[in-house]
Design a protein around this ligand. Structure first.
Ligand SMILES: *Cc1c(COP(=O)(O)O)cnc(C)c1O
Length: 375
């Protein structure tokens, strides 16, 4: 038997979540955002599982896009941060990667691109507008002029997408999403008052907006985290609660001991037993992707029962108070997040305990922990 630490990836659940994204907005097209190794789920395997459900994948950089091409995936791919150099524009055009245009420099580089008619494909672009996130994108007041410059360029494809990104869509009470939406519409009105020889498609929604802000659903939606079954919302939500968890992070009990009250557990002796306690040692640690900041009390599912983590997280092990599980045995299963619908611990709950977000926990899973794909 090998060390029991494992990451199980349920590709059936992934497809279910992607179908939900498609069904929520049946007239839209879905760009499945699979940057950061598909949020830690394995980009190639995830792309293969979603190939027949979406027309485009979104990634953060050309290296991520080329990894998919080298694995034989021929679906169009979008580079969400655009091209970082002239070489990348060239490579993108020849590999059917569309490019975000996120600032004036990228726009200029694209317009100035030395285009070789015989050997190159036309470039597909997404013009990004900064409606308040203040991270990437051109100003809404320059939407119309930038659009026309790109549209007039003979080596750019004539179906340009105009996109923006929301800062607060995961907070359904926050008016800022509507404010960003208004700013975007204002830019579109300026554009609409001029004659368009090119077609314009719009893209606004990430997972939170697609699930929770129906007016932001447009020609293209860009869900990421929801594909992996993690709700973007803190509270229960009618649509988000239909998502199925894709990743199960699990290991097993490798040691058991009984300690008297007053004994401490783990590095820095941060936890002291208040009663006769049974401590289960589970073979998982921060070296496997379990968050080092998970405090005492963070739930761990042992044989389907929630038990509290006690003491510090080590590199390869955690300690759990299993006093209330009298039948626990060596080798019993411990689930850190995920599981089955009957006994399930959400990655959001663990992330909350550890003072982080599900996105971070999922994307930084290390190579050491073996992944197994189901379905
Ligand atoms: C990462 C990203 C997304 C996906 O966001 P989720 O919150 O994971 O749905 C969408 N659009 C852009 C521009 C992104 O960078």
């Amino acid at each position: 038997m090998s060390r029991p630490a494992k990451i199980l990836i349920d590709l059936g659940a992934l497809r279910h979540n992607c179908q939900l994204a498609n069904e929520l907005s049946p007239k839209s097209k879905t760009m499945a955002v699979i940057k950061a190794d598909a949020y830690g789920h394995g980009a190639v395997q995830v792309a293969r599982a979603l190939e027949d459900l979406v027309p485009v994948f979104g990634v953060a950089c050309i290296e991520e896009a080329l990894e998919l091409r080298e694995a034989g995936i021929d679906t169009p791919i979008h580079l969400l941060e655009g091209a970082f150099s002239k070489d990348e524009i060239h490579t993108a055009a020849n590999n059917n990667f569309s490019l975000a245009v996120v600032n004036y420099e990228q726009k200029k580089a694209l317009l100035d691109h030395q285009f070789d008619k015989l050997n190159q494909q036309l470039i597909k672009v997404w013009l990004c507008v900064d409606t308040g996130m203040h991270r990437l994108g051109i100003q809404p007041s320059e939407m119309a002029s930038s659009f026309h410059e790109l549209a007039a360029c003979s080596h750019i494809q004539n179906d340009i997408v105009i996109a923006t990104h929301f800062a607060c869509a995961d907070d359904l009470e926050n008016d800022f999403t509507s404010e960003q939406f208004r700013r975007f519409q204002k830019g579109m009105n300026d554009l609409g008052s001029q004659n368009l020889s090119h077609s314009v498609a719009l893209s606004l929604a990430n997972s939170a907006a697609l699930l929770g802000w129906p007016k932001t659903r447009a020609e293209w939606n860009r869900p990421g985290i929801m594909l992996f079954g993690s709700s973007p919302f803190a509270a229960p939500h009618q649509e988000a609660d239909k998502l199925l968890p894709v990743m199960t992070f699990k290991s097993g009990v490798i040691a058991l001991r009984d300690i008297p009250p007053g004994e401490t557990v783990g590095y820095a002796a941060t936890w002291t037993a208040e009663r006769h306690s049974r401590i289960a040692t589970v073979a998982i640690g921060y070296g496997d992707g379990y968050p080092v900041h998970a405090p005492t009390g963070t739930p761990v599912l042992i044989n389907g029962h929630r038990c509290p983590l006690v003491g510090r997280v080590s590199m390869d092990m955690i300690t759990v108070d299993a006093t209330d599980l009298p039948d626990i045995c060596l080798g019993d299963e411990a689930i850190l997040w995920g599981g089955s619908l009957s006994s399930y611990l959400s990655v959001n709950e663990v992330a909350n305990c550890a003072g982080t977000i599900s996105y971070e926990l999922l994307t930084r899973m290390p190579r050491r922990t073996p992944r197994e794909y189901l379905g």
